[in-house]
Design a protein around this ligand. Sequence first.
Ligand code: 0O2
Length: 221
Amino acid sequence: MRSQRELAIRDERIRELAENISTKQFVQKYSYGITILESMITGYSKSCEQTMGRSLVDSVLYRLKTAESIADKLEKKGYEISFTNAIEQLSDLAGVRVVCSFCDDVYRMDEFLRQRKDVTVYRRKDYIRHPKESGYRSVHLIVDIDYPLGRTGEKVRLEVQIRTVAMNYWAKLDHQLCYKTEDKRNRHGIGQIRQELRSYAEEICDIDKKMLALRKRIEEI
Ligand code: 0O2
């Protein structure tokens, strides 16, 4: 439990953070990153549509992280809430989520971004081959792209999450359900719920595999 004083300090730090991330300079930089990545992704998806005759990408979503969410994440990682720590310690102040139809499309998109000369992959995590304990699946890329409107050589860092429609369905519900049970973590039965969620992630993964197999059979007809 935090004291009233600790809560007041926390609120003040979040307020300062919110001010810093709403400056024109900050919003312009990260929005630029999102726009560039989004146009690369949709451009590639369109070119695939012409060559493969089907849509690779179901949707592209993006967001700038809120001050509250930045504060939670900094605290979770053991850092004080500050703008400097947000910039230095977090890689997902700006995030782009690519939702693909099939699992092989996820890896096509992953490969496409990794091969681009104007995208530097700082970190890659394959939570499809190695799902998280929760059952979460996605490919995550932390990427740097040039920011020509800034200082010479300045980069903008973003997180790209690539997943299938089915993985996205699970992640969205998990996010909602875990959020709702967050303050009930120690209650009896939460372990059972997490175990069930994990088993549903596996069922969804099986369906993804079956749908991919079905598509391949159809392509051979
Ligand atoms: P939000 O609100 O979605 O933005 P690291 O980058 O390695 O220092 P980080 O950023 O925790 O540490 O990386 P990680 O574990 O790869 O996860 C980053 C994001 O993936 C999370 O961002 C979520 O969006 C998503 N994610 C990870 N695990 C889960 C999970 O079990 N369930 C769901 N639904 N999503 C998950 P945020 O900032 O935690 O949350």
